[in-house]
Design a protein around this ligand. Structure first.
Ligand code: ADP
Length: 169
């Protein structure tokens, strides 16, 4: 598997699947979630509502992943995953790794070969960027997956540089 990096907006990525840094309600939020729903149109939210009405009545648990249509986005699927909120007193690294592993497992089920990830949990969920990059890169490299390209999409130069340093190690 190739791990690649781009600086940009996840909602503009051409990929089989793009990963959403969702919250457990699946009903929208800010940051990555806001950009995906804004650009992807109402179809994505409609499918999220159906998931809430069915199997995910209590919401999507942290560390898990589920796919929907990508609506108007230049991708085939959105894989929604819920990152852990960063905690100084509790090590939640396994949950952050799980977001990446579960997203790739769902990608395999779909037959996706290219998957774009944002820097999960590093926005409002407060995870320090370098530590999140370490966990994310290690998790995707360790995943047994048929995905051929994992593309990390970083919103700004600082985040891009941090991920670049991590994948170069
Ligand atoms: P979380 O709630 O998991 O912390 P956020 O969406 O708040 O998720 O932020 C995750 C990361 O994605 C942050 O580093 C943020 O700067 C970045 N980000 C925000 N909007 C976009 C976007 N449209 N495309 C790619 N990355 C984005």
């Amino acid at each position: 598997m190739n791990v690649t990096l781009v600086q940009g907006d996840i909602s503009e990525q051409r990929a089989d699947a793009i990963v959403n840094a969702a919250n457990s309600s699946l009903l929208g939020g800010g940051g990555v979630d806001g950009a995906i729903h804004r650009r992807g149109g109402p179809e994505i939210l409609e499918e999220c509502r159906r998931l809430r009405a069915g199997h995910y009545g209590k919401g999507l648990p942290t560390g898990r992943a589920v796919a929907t249509t990508a609506g108007l986005l230049p991708a085939r699927w959105v894989i929604h995953t819920v990152g852990p909120v960063y905690s100084r007193s509790q090590d939640r690294s396994e949950l952050l790794a799980s977001c990446h592993q579960e997203s790739l497992r769902v990608a395999d089920e779909l037959g996706a070969r290219t998957v774009a990830f944002p820097a999960i949990s590093t926005g409002v969920y407060g995870w320090p960027l370098d530590d999140a990059a370490r966990i994310a890169v290690a998790a995707v490299r360790a995943a047994g997956t048929s995905v051929e390209e994992v593309r990390f999409v970083l919103f700004d130069t600082a985040a891009y540089e941090v991920f670049l340093a991590r994948i170069s190690r």
